[in-house]
Design a protein around this ligand. Structure first.
Ligand code: C5J
Length: 221
């Protein structure tokens, strides 16, 4: 049993084989100029600050042979998996599927849709392509976790209050023990990140726990 100091109280991992690190949407479309994030009017520089810490945690998982899952928010080139409501949202100069500086916005396989090079998946890691904000909606994630006997999930990535929180809530409702890694998640709006951390661990951990990457590495070493 591993015990990680966390809020609102210690988080326990019974067995490392039941654990996965989930890295949400660390893709160029959200972190780099010219992608979906910037087109929606956001300051993308806000998100880059977590990369070194997240890379350290990812390396720790790799060195210890632990399960790593990457997700990407993306759509098929024919947009058959993109609701009209999602395409119309935002009123920016470009929308999902349009040609942008890094290829078609949020389309699977385009340059802008790739995970940033620092965190690129390696062989053996699970990659989930998701059309929604939550990683369980319309994907094979649940099957993949069940097949491996995974019950404990650490959530990282961007953006805290959108895809990270949505996925953590979906996982919580499915019975997974969920922990958000505070210094490995970011938002375009720092106060939204703080509110998300506060709300997931309120009421005795209504959605789960939060802690830092350092506490995780100390506890699991
Ligand atoms: C957004 C995400 N913010 N990955 N996607 O649209 O959070």
């Amino acid at each position: 049993m591993f015990r990680i100091p966390a809020l609102p109280y210690d988080y326990e991992v019974p067995n490392l084989s039941q654990l996965a690190l989930v890295i949400i949407d660390m893709q160029r479309d959200f972190l780099e100029p010219g992608g979906f994030g910037e087109i929606l009017g956001n300051d993308v520089a806000q998100l880059g600050s977590i990369v070194p810490t997240l890379k350290g945690l990812l390396n720790f998982f790799r060195q210890n042979g632990l399960t790593v899952i990457h997700t990407l928010e993306c759509h098929q080139p024919d947009l058959s998996d993109c609701p009209i409501s999602k395409r119309k949202r935002g009123k920016g100069s470009l929308t999902i599927g349009d040609e942008g500086p890094m290829g078609r916005i949020l389309i699977r396989g385009e340059a802008g849709n790739a995970i940033i090079p620092d965190l690129a998946p390696i062989e053996g890691e699970i990659v989930i392509h998701k059309p929604g904000k939550g990683a369980f909606y319309a994907t094979e994630l649940q099957d993949s976790l069940q097949k491996r006997g995974i019950t404990h999930l650490f959530f990282t990535g961007v953006t805290t209050e959108v895809c990270v929180q949505t996925t953590m809530r979906e996982a919580n409702d499915r019975g997974y023990e969920c922990l958000m890694v505070e210094d490995c998640t970011a938002s375009y709006f720092p106060h939204f990140k703080q509110s998300t951390l506060d709300m997931v661990r309120a009421q005795g951990g209504i959605v789960g726990w939060t802690t830092s990457a350092q506490e995780i590495q100390k506890a699991l070493s």
